[in-house]
Design a protein around this ligand. Structure first.
Ligand SMILES: NC(=O)c1ccc[n+]([C@@H]2O[C@H](COP(=O)([O-])OP(=O)(O)OC[C@H]3O[C@@H](n4cnc5c(N)ncnc54)[C@H](O)[C@@H]3O)[C@@H](O)[C@H]2O)c1
Length: 316
């Protein structure tokens, strides 16, 4: 591939995807596109930004002209950019629709105009909504229950329409919660580590009984590469972790690792307006093309905690 563009490249998932794409496509020109919101940091891209085949474009998905121009001669475009934090979406839901829905529409239209041959859109398991029964397959009817999930589900619908109406080649990936270094300390694992290291109390929604599946960012990138190489055109792929945890158990795990007294370092707060108890997704389609998750959170925690210890100042 001659030219690849990745949006949201300076964020948590985007920076890992960008490094991975750089390693897989050594001969390609790689364009990293990001608005640089509070969740992004160019330092996350320091390993690759100085390479002569890597270029950074600071711009918004909604800046259509810049986006379309950036996609000229691009052969593969990966849309990772998003407003990603559910809690923020309750307060500022319009921004979520602008970035996640309209931003994805802008991305697809610009890809269409520039005739991009291969497009990957990063969605989320939250589009399916809560699920207490059998894990949802990719053809499950969407039932998002918070403004973040709704803005992502709306984007997935626009992807569907572009696949049908314009025969655009867009593959969608819907993953469980992802963890790893560089995640802004607002999501459960990064926030717990950051709070404990900063001697702040970790707040827990309700009783911390919601259950979440956790996928390492490395496993996510492996899944993405598998889908790029072996996935079918215009399909949706779930990327699911094998192991789930109660929120409170994750906090206990991190407290134990950082030697913190749990009772003294947490504070229970009112639950979210609506908090899905669990998202269960079926990953057999991706398993069939050879992907399995390999990492265990327990084994990854020391490295992740060390990274936050060394990089606390990034979040001052
Ligand atoms: N983190 C998770 O647990 C998880 C799980 C499943 C799916 N996802 C999806 O993965 C993607 C990345 O999530 P993340 O956790 O890395 O989010 P993040 O908030 O860490 O990063 C998002 C990135 O997008 C950029 N961005 C935001 N608005 C933009 C805009 N309008 N134009 C251009 N760039 C913009 C930000 O600057 C940032 O670099 C999202 O699409 C999210 O829905 C995340």
């Amino acid at each position: 591939m001659k030219k690849i563009l990745i949006t949201g490249a300076a964020g948590f998932v985007g920076s890992h995807v960008s490094e991975r794409i750089f390693n897989e496509y050594k001969k390609s020109k790689i364009l990293l596109y990001d608005k640089i919101t509070y969740a992004a940091n160019l330092k996350y891209l320091s390993k690759i930004l100085k390479k002569k085949n890597v270029y950074f474009i600071k711009s918004d998905l909604l800046n259509y002209k810049v986006l379309e121009r950036s996609l000229k001669n691009v052969e593969m475009a990966i849309n990772v950019a998003a407003e990603s934090h559910v809690d923020n979406s309750f307060g500022n839901s319009l921004l979520f629709t602008k970035t996640n829905t309209l931003g994805t529409h802008s991305f697809l239209e610009a890809c269409r105009k520039q005739n991009v041959k291969k497009i990957i859109h990063v969605s989320t398991d939250e589009v399916y909504g809560e699920n207490l029964n059998k894990p949802f397959k990719e053809d499950q009817i969407l039932n998002p229950t918070n403004p973040y999930a709704a803005s992502k589900a709306a984007a997935d619908m626009i992807v569907n329409s572009y696949n049908h109406s314009y025969k655009l080649n867009v593959t969608t990936v819907r993953a469980n919660n992802i963890y790893g270094i560089r995640q802004f300390p607002e999501k459960l694992i990064s926030k717990t580590i950051y709070s404990f290291l900063n001697k702040k109390k970790m707040t827990v929604h309700g009783k911390g009984n919601s259950i979440r599946f956790y996928l390492s960012v490395n496993d996510f990138c492996n899944g993405l590469i598998k889908i790029i190489n072996k996935g079918k055109q215009n399909e949706i792929y779930n990327i699911a972790a094998s192991k789930s945890y109660k929120v409170i158990d994750i906090i206990k795990l991190i407290a134990k690792h950082l030697n913190k007294d749990l009772k003294k370092n947490i504070r229970f707060i009112k639950d979210r307006p609506f908090n899905d108890k669990i998202y269960k997704i079926n990953c057999k389609k991706l398993n069939k093309i050879g992907w399995r998750d390999r990492d265990l959170l327990e084994a990854q925690l020391p490295e992740i905690c060390n990274w936050y210890k060394k990089n606390l100042n990034l979040f001052d």
